[in-house]
Design a protein around this ligand. Structure first.
Ligand SMILES: [Zn+2]
Length: 188
């Protein structure tokens, strides 16, 4: 390693330690000529993992993209950045040990598996964006999978609002009219 101060190529390693997740090694070096001390990092080359997308095209795996999509699911949630960072580390590690190619849907499934144990709102957000629920039943299934107790009546009011008869708004229960979602999905 060339000394940043005098340019000499002779140095010795005086200390060497692993990062917290053992994914990199930090080395403290000393120039044999001028005694200047500097630090180098050694980490795994991550660029050889490739993602196979839905349309069968390939692209290099992008850790920042993955971290960004997870962070989005956690928007305004109370989960700490450290938890998110650990989660991304774990996922990346599992992907990298799984081979050189991974499908985008396998990545999505892995993320959901982790999210389920951490934050169910983030889980549903991620699932609704990345899994693209085919229909209402799938969405309801996802909620059930979480083991959440659903007030069936409340859910049905949201998903299957009372039919509106022309001019007969009196037949619609006042409470269901208050639910904003009806305005969008109430039309037949
Ligand atoms: Zn030097």
């Amino acid at each position: 390693m060339r000394c940043p101060k005098c340019g000499s190529r002779d140095d010795k390693v005086i200390d060497s330690r692993q990062s917290r997740d053992s994914s990199s090694i930090r080395r403290r070096r000393e120039c044999l000529k001028c005694k200047y001390r500097f630090t180098t990092y050694e980490e795994i080359e991550r660029s050889d993992l490739r993602v196979v997308k839905r349309d069968r095209t390939h692209e290099p795996f992008d850790r920042r993209k993955l971290a960004g999509s997870i962070a989005k699911a956690f928007e305004k949630r109370s989960t700490s950045l450290l938890t998110l960072e650990d989660m991304v580390d774990e996922i990346v590690h599992e992907l990298e040990t799984g081979g050189r190619e991974v499908s985008s849907s396998a990545i999505g499934a892995k993320v959901l598996e982790k999210l389920r144990g951490i934050d169910e709102v983030a889980y549903l957000r991620y699932a609704s964006v990345h899994q693209r629920f085919q229909d209402v039943d799938q969405f309801v299934d996802a909620i059930h999978t979480l083991g959440r107790r659903i007030k069936t009546n409340a859910l049905q009011r949201e998903l299957f609002p009372t039919e509106t008869t022309p001019g007969g708004s009196a037949s619609v229960p006042a409470r269901s009219r208050d639910i904003a979602i009806n305005k969008n999905h109430g039309r037949v």
